[in-house]
Ligand binder design. Structure first.
Ligand SMILES: CC(=O)N[C@H]1[C@@H](OP(=O)(O)OP(=O)(O)OC[C@H]2O[C@@H](n3ccc(=O)[nH]c3=O)[C@H](O)[C@@H]2O)O[C@H](CO)[C@H](O)[C@@H]1O
Ligand SMILES: [Mn+2]
Length: 337
């Protein structure tokens, strides 16, 4: 299969993934006792996992992508169209009846993005799953009325208005950490933390679930490590040495199991507070701290730029589908500074 279809260099990149998938299915098909898989996802054992037939295995192996990196050097999958089968993924997660918390900040004029964000999410984001949206806003009265599907609900959490846009990004980690502690932990098993200036265009589903999930920043997909915009001043706790770093991740999408994201947000919050005490603000605010965190706490799953694209980018051939895109915004009109 490899020799016939894939050029040798690509074959080297993909063979790990090929092996992993094969091993996963061998384990899966031989053990109908499903505790390992369920425990790995940190969810209860009460529901029955549906049996995955052999014909699905055969189909899956034909879906491999040969033109892109589909696994990291620490063996985390990178999710691209053609690397997963939604029927198999839903066969794992739907019976577990998981609830996925989804945090979004809509402060000041950014509240105007919320309607399209929510309406498009209802069409494409985790369709068929229980979703709790947590909207952090300074104006709960202006949250638009959007019809949510069954099993999906929306909570508003009040935050102050800020006079610098950087401040909102900086404070997100702390607000999310607190909300997990006080509310979210009791209500959901997974969480995704998303920017609001975005629109879902296509399926963005349960294949994105994982213990600790990061997204490759679309502007730095093909960039070399020395051009990643990590924080380079050693005084900051977000400092990354020139010899370190795997990918440059976007701050607009991260997630995973609640406890993993609790640790992530708590650590970033601590580092942000210490930096502030030293009067230093990392070059890309919380995104810089997030990138630091993922170097020392490797994400267990990476999402390709299909999961975080930008309306301002010219499409590349590897991009077969845009699932979520940052909309073009008039920064002078929407930001407080
Ligand atoms: C695509 C991507 O990875 N974007 C990141 C990037 O810039 P962006 O240009 O995407 O940042 P942005 O202006 O979208 O701000 C981030 C988010 O903060 C919220 N917000 C911001 C300003 C405001 O007045 N009101 C408000 O609610 C809102 O949810 C917004 O989506 O760098 C930021 C760091 O500063 C964040 O890490 C963003 O996630
Ligand atoms: Mn944004």
């Amino acid at each position: 299969y490899k020799d016939k279809i894939m050029p040798l260099t690509i074959c080297n990149l993909s063979s790990h993934n090929f092996m992993l998938i094969s091993i996963f299915y061998i384990i899966f098909s031989q053990h109908s006792e499903r505790s390992k898989v369920l425990l790995q996802h940190g969810v209860g054992l009460s529901k029955t996992l549906t049996h995955i037939p052999t014909k699905v295995l055969t189909m899956k192996l034909q879906l491999m992508r040969g033109d892109v990196l589909t696994v990291t050097s620490w063996l985390a999958p990178i999710v691209w169209e053609g690397t997963f089968d939604s029927a198999v993924i839903d066969g794992i997660y739907k019976p577990l009846n998981v609830t996925i918390a989804t945090t979004v900040f809509a402060v000041g004029k950014y509240i105007t993005y919320l309607k399209d964000f929510l309406e498009s999410a209802e069409k494409h984001y985790m369709v068929g799953y229980n979703i709790n949206y947590y909207i952090f806003t300074d104006q709960p009265e202006n949250i638009p009325a959007v019809t949510l599907a069954a099993g999906r609900s929306l909570w508003s959490l009040r935050v102050p208005a800020f006079n610098r846009w950087q401040e909102i990004s900086l404070q997100r980690m702390s607000f999310i950490r607190k909300a997990i502690e006080e509310q979210i932990r009791k209500e959901a098993s997974f969480i995704f933390c998303l920017d609001v200036d975005m629109r879902f265009d296509n399926h963005w589903g349960a294949e994105a679930l994982g213990n600790l999930v990061a997204v490759i920043h679309p502007w730095f997909y093909q960039a070399s490590r020395d051009s990643f915009p990590y924080e380079r001043r050693p005084e900051s706790l977000a400092y990354v040495h020139a010899d370190e770093g795997d990918f440059y991740y976007g701050g607009a999408v991260f997630g995973g199991l609640i406890d993993e994201v609790y640790k992530l947000t708590g650590t970033c919050e601590e580092h942000l507070v210490i930096d502030k005490g030293k009067d230093i603000e990392a070059v890309w605010q919380e995104e810089s701290h997030l990138n630091w965190y993922f170097i020392y706490n490797k994400p267990t799953k990476l999402l390709s730029m299909e999961y975080l694209w930008s309306d301002e980018k010219v499409k590349i051939t590897e991009l077969k589908v845009v699932r979520l895109s940052t909309i073009k915004k008039n920064l002078a009109a929407v930001r407080p500074n």
